[in-house]
Write a protein that binds this ligand. Structure first.
Ligand SMILES: [Zn+2]
Length: 242
């Protein structure tokens, strides 16, 4: 577990201390923000988010970003659950309320990524796909990439049924250990644990993986939780800025 709570412009957010010390500008907002769209560090205009659909498509921003850019404005309306960029000064982010937000950074090539990984994105291997895109498309070496995982629903509160258990089991037998069986054929899923296993398989060094380790459903004072609060709940924003 690795996090610190910070405040800027009235927005309360978490940071991963090791990433903060390395000079990586990033944040995971809490529910204590003046408005839902509030983000620290950058203006709304220089911050890109996408229409998230629990899929595995990636928005790649590899050309200069200008305010109002047609390319970006179009792209933001396409269904995507991850963003990769090497452009400055561009912030990228995802919104979550139980799903896992992951922020990636390669200090050598100067590439960032923001990923939304719920169970669907996770069984589609979205983080692995982002890492492949960073290496194939941007020349990143996997051993240089740092990954920070923000608050997400923990196995303590994430009981899942057949719909989730079946794909997790069938896609990769080694993923099964991230499911802890409970009564009625259900299981508790460790979303952060499963994603950690996947990125280690993809070659990310253990010492480059940092996890906030906070359960969104357990910490009502800090986070929104879809499971706890239902469909009308708010969303946290997780962002990284080059
Ligand atoms: Zn919990």
């Amino acid at each position: 577990m690795s996090y610190q709570i910070a405040n800027k412009n009235g927005v309360q957010y978490l940071v991963i201390p090791e990433m903060e010390e390395a000079g990586i500008r990033h944040f995971f907002t809490t529910r204590k923000a003046p408005q839902q769209s509030a983000i620290p560090f950058v203006s709304q205009e220089a911050f890109v988010m996408v229409k998230q659909v629990h899929g595995d498509h990636i928005l790649v921003i590899d050309r200069p970003f200008e305010d109002g850019s047609v390319f970006i404005r179009d792209a933001m309306h396409k269904p995507c659950d991850a963003i990769i960029t090497n452009q400055r000064p561009v912030g990228i982010g995802v919104v979550t309320a139980d799903c896992l937000p992951a922020l990636l950074y390669d200090p050598v090539q100067g590439v960032t990524a923001a990923v939304h990984a719920g169970w669907r994105g996770t069984v589609q291997g979205i983080l692995t796909k982002v890492i492949c895109q960073m290496t194939a498309g941007f020349g990143c070496q996997v051993e240089d990439v740092v990954v920070g995982m923000g608050p997400a629903i923990g196995p303590c509160c994430y009981t899942v049924g057949k719909t989730v258990i079946e794909p997790v089991r069938s896609i990769n037998s080694r993923w099964e250990k991230h499911l802890t069986p409970v009564e009625d054929g259900k299981a508790k899923l460790d979303l952060a644990g499963l994603n950690t296993a996947q990125i280690e398989d993809a070659g990310i060094l253990k010492e480059h993986i940092f996890t906030a380790g906070l359960c969104t459903a357990c910490h009502e004072d800090l986070f929104y939780s879809y499971r706890r609060d239902g469909i009308g709940t708010g969303r946290m924003i997780s962002g990284i800025i080059l």
